[in-house]
Design a binder for this molecule. Structure first.
Ligand code: COA
Length: 306
């Protein structure tokens, strides 16, 4: 018995901030932001628990189950509502269920970590039969809206997946790593805003993601040519292009939402997954790579047979 993703749901806050809006009060332009990042607009004003609950509710409905069928809630986030309790407890509360729950913080790589952790829990003795894995972040609350180096990139959003035991679908390979000595290139202190060395993050991300996908593929006994669908962390389209060039994967195999969402951190892989599903790209047997990177510096990749 293996595990499949039975339903995907998303949530984005209503308020849209376009590049033109940003150019009203900082020295930048729509053209510059699009060319350097691929981002055209982002959603702001989100609250992590609210977006996560909406995405979870949508995923449960898509999976054709009810909240009582969920036996564990795993939320990947680096922007919890409070220091404690874990924000996942409030998702369980909103769903009206009393199963186990936990938060996982691997910053923007969170969904890949959460998926692999959930998969392992479900296959362990007495593990849950059905789990919610959610990626949700509200980084707009931690952006310095006068800093053009970061304000152009981030937005709020959430995506959720219902994982269930099934003969269809399997985790084939995984790779995770952190370089804690790179903390200084991307961090956010309590009650403060995001600090980032953009160029350095860019370089490190391309290297880390390329190597991580290669490692996960090797473990799965596959090569880049076997990949049908790539669901990359949605940070910058040029990072995604650089990784695809290095791995010789055509960009057409990637599914991207960042033009309209910006970097939604842990929300970005499941948001890309929902877009891939909508495009009809996720069929039984499809080989999917989810790969993320972010503050830590942390990275992670999973190779999945849909
Ligand atoms: N608008 C206009 N000009 C800008 C600008 C903006 N928003 N931000 C920076 N610039 C200027 C710089 O001041 C610099 O000017 P100079 O050449 O006169 O010194 C020039 O544009 C180039 O800056 P640089 O930082 O080299 O640009 P870049 O091509 O690296 O793009 C980022 C900047 C931030 C878009 C890019 O580095 C990036 O996306 N990095 C990764 C960040 C990331 O993914 N973070 C999240 C990880 S989870």
């Amino acid at each position: 018995m293996t595990i499949r993703i039975a339903g995907i749901g998303t949530s984005l806050p209503a308020k849209v901030v376009t590049n033109h809006d940003l150019a009203q009060h900082m020295d930048t332009s729509d053209e510059w932001i699009r060319e350097r990042s691929g981002i055209g607009e982002r959603r702001v004003g989100g609250i992590t628990s609210e977006m996560a609950l909406e995405a979870a509710t949508n995923a449960i409905e898509k999976a054709g189950v009810v909240p009582a069928d969920i036996e564990f809630v795993l939320l990947a986030t680096c922007t919890p509502d409070q220091i404690f309790p874990a924000t996942s407890t409030q998702i369980a509360r909103g769903l009206g269920i009393r199963c186990g729950s936990m938060d996982v913080n691997a910053a923007c790589a969170g969904f890949a970590y959460g998926y692999a952790a959930a998969y392992g829990m479900m296959l362990s003795p007495g593990g849950p039969d059905r789990m919610l894995v959610i990626g949700a972040d509200s980084l707009s609350n931690f952006v310095n809206w006068t800093d053009r180096g970061t304000a152009i990139l981030f937005g709020d959003g959430a995506g959720a997946a219902v994982l269930e035991r099934h003969e269809q679908g399997a985790l084939l390979g995984q790779d995770f790593g952190v370089a804690g000595d790179l903390r200084e290139i991307l961090y956010c202190d309590h009650d403060d805003t995001i600090v980032m060395e953009g160029r350095e993050v860019f370089k490190r991300a391309v290297r880390a993601v390329t190597q991580s996908v290669q490692n996960a593929l090797e473990q799965a006994g596959l090569t880049a040519a076997d990949i049908d669908v790539v669901l990359p962390h949605q940070a910058n389209i040029r990072i995604i292009e650089a990784v695809c060039t290095r791995l010789a994967i055509p960009m057409e195999k990637t599914h991207n939402v960042l033009e309209h969402t910006g970097n939604t951190s842990a929300g970005s892989i499941p948001l890309a997954m929902a877009a891939a599903e909508e495009a009809g790209a996720l069929q039984p047997g499809t080989i999917v790579v989810m790969t993320g990177f972010g503050a830590g510096m942390a990275w992670g990749s999973v190779v999945v047979r849909w």
